[in-house]
Design a protein around this ligand. Structure first.
Ligand code: ZN
Ligand code: ZN
Length: 133
């Protein structure tokens, strides 16, 4: 199968989703429509796309690497129960960007990682149910 088509399909799927999927999740979503696609190909494309700055590889804690099709500046919040990652709308990045600029000369600083943590609404709802039982 054409490599460009595979790459476009991976990119399209990632950009449509807001859940910051792992490579496995993207593979799971695509492989029915594209049986020739392998998990290795998904990994390789995600690495290449993030190295090229077309997508973002999330530096969040947790076991699996997650990817973001939205490269505009924004922060993330991670649920410590299910590991799900969501965008924080309107989170200020300007102060940190300015700080990074100031660190550039001394440290050649070019990135920073800020991760909010908590328990997502779905997990906290199921947690409450468990306590009631
Ligand atoms: Zn959760
Ligand atoms: Zn995001």
């Amino acid at each position: 199968m054409n490599k460009t088509i595979q790459r476009e399909a991976i990119l399209h799927e990632l950009r449509m989703r807001k859940d910051h999927p792992t490579a496995e999740e993207l593979y799971g979503a695509l492989h029915e429509a594209m049986p020739q696609l392998s998990l290795g190909t998904v990994y390789r494309n995600l690495e290449q796309l993030s190295a090229a700055g077309i997508i973002r590889k999330l530096d969040v804690s947790g076991k699996r690497m997650r990817f973001d099709g939205d490269i505009s500046p924004h922060h993330h919040i991670r649920c410590r129960e299910c590991g799900g990652v969501r965008d924080i709308p309107g989170a200020a990045t300007m102060v940190l960007d300015r700080q990074m600029e100031r660190m550039k000369e001394e440290y050649q600083c070019d990135s920073y990682t800020l991760e909010f943590k908590g328990v997502c609404p779905a997990c906290s709802a199921s947690g409450k149910q468990n306590k009631l039982q």
